[in-house]
Design a protein around this ligand. Structure first.
Ligand code: UT7
Length: 331
């Protein structure tokens, strides 16, 4: 019997309407459009405004559109994996809330936390449930409402992050398509350089932690940059070598969008020109779990059945990884 692969059979994204531009940030913190653009490549990012709106609201929008596009009924979903570091609440899982909002009554689900590499972890996990034959329809939705954990008085982080989310549908195929190989890595020693100090069991939220602004993202930018630029490039190269692929075999590099300089370093390391790299950091900033699926959504119409894609990410944890994906359809 031929091997079952997990193929992405649809993708859909959601970004909030409100655009927070570099120009607007110039009026609230000591920064300049020039600094942000030259150091990161970001011009603007989206922010989810309004009371009582969380990650699940963006995800429900993305998944509803995905079901419509793929002609799938909500009741047909077997499993929904939500990859996020900004769940609606500490518990229950945001995956459960999304399933409730979209009417996925027969699905089970869970949240997966691997920061900026979360979508790669989720895609790998979801694909295993398809490859084993356990499930026929798995949704992986990745995104973050980063504005909920960003200190907008801290110029070193508030210029980088944005809100957004996108979802893919995974289904089985016996064709040579879909998730072909994945390499995932982590090193918890990196946690000191990028984390949220309070609000977990180690340091529950209190007046003191709020006063100390410890429920916001803490990042030592230069340290993280050093690890990101090396590890993301190396793991991308490793997945090519492992599968006897050369740069000419690759149609698209789909990198996590944290910094244009890290994206360029990864593309250079594997010998891919800018024209084959998905880049939308200028419009959305770093949406953490949302960056890679948002790229797939925006480039969907240019993708052809059989195209070789290399997905690569690095993030808090530290976590990093790469996936070789063969695109499964023409849209
Ligand atoms: O996605 C998860 C993983 N995260 C990443 O991959 C992020 C990795 N890190 C980075 O992308 C970069 O380190 C940053 C974009 C965060 C920062 O860029 P950098 O080139 O590493 O800047 P820096 O931290 O070395 O700061 C250089 C200078 C400092 O001033 P002094 O000490 O040289 O006087 C900062 O205080 O730039 C200053 N600075 C700013 N100036 C204007 C920091 N933030 C800003 C700002 N506007 N927003």
């Amino acid at each position: 019997m031929s091997k079952i692969h997990a193929a992405i059979t649809g993708v859909n994204g959601y970004v909030p309407e409100y655009i927070l531009s570099n120009k607007e940030l110039e009026t609230t913190v000591e920064t300049t459009d020039e600094w942000i653009t030259s150091r990161t490549g970001i011009s603007e990012r989206r922010i989810l405004k309004g009371e009582n709106k969380g990650m699940s609201d963006m995800a429900a929008e993305a998944v509803r559109g995905l079901l419509e596009k793929t002609g799938t009924k909500a009741e047909e979903i077997d499993l929904l994996i939500c990859t996020t570091i900004t769940p609606d609440m500490v518990f229950p899982a945001t995956a459960n809330i999304i399933c409730d909002k979209i009417g996925a009554k027969n699905a089970w689900g869970f949240d997966l936390g691997a920061a900026c590499s979360g979508f790669l972890y989720g895609l790998t996990t979801g694909s295993k449930f398809i490859e084993t034959g356990a499930h026929k329809k798995v949704v992986v939705v990745g995104g973050d409402k980063m504005s909920s954990i960003i200190d907008y008085t801290d110029r070193t982080t508030c210029v980088i992050f944005g809100d957004g989310c996108a979802a893919v549908l995974l289904e089985p195929t016996t064709e040579d398509l879909g998730v072909m190989d994945t390499i995932l890595r982590s090193d918890g020693a990196g946690r000191h350089h990028l984390h949220q100090k309070a609000g977990g069991s180690l340091k529950p939220a209190s007046h003191a932690t709020v006063d100390a602004r410890e429920h916001y993202v803490y990042q030592e930018g230069q340290q993280v940059y050093k690890f990101a630029v090396t590890n993301m490039a190396e793991v991308a190269a490793e997945i090519l070598e492992k599968n006897n692929l050369v740069s000419d075999d690759i149609n698209w590099l789909v990198p996590h969008q944290a910094n244009l300089r890290i994206i360029d370093a990864t593309a250079n390391r594997i010998g891919i020109g800018r024209e084959k790299v998905m880049i939308n950091i200028q419009r959305y900033g770093n949406t953490t779990n949302g960056t890679i699926p948002l790229c797939l959504w925006e480039w969907e119409k240019q993708l052809k059945k059989g195209d070789n894609l290399i997905l690569a990410a690095f993030g808090g944890g530290f976590t990093w990884g790469a996936i070789w994906l063969k695109w499964a359809y023409n849209s």
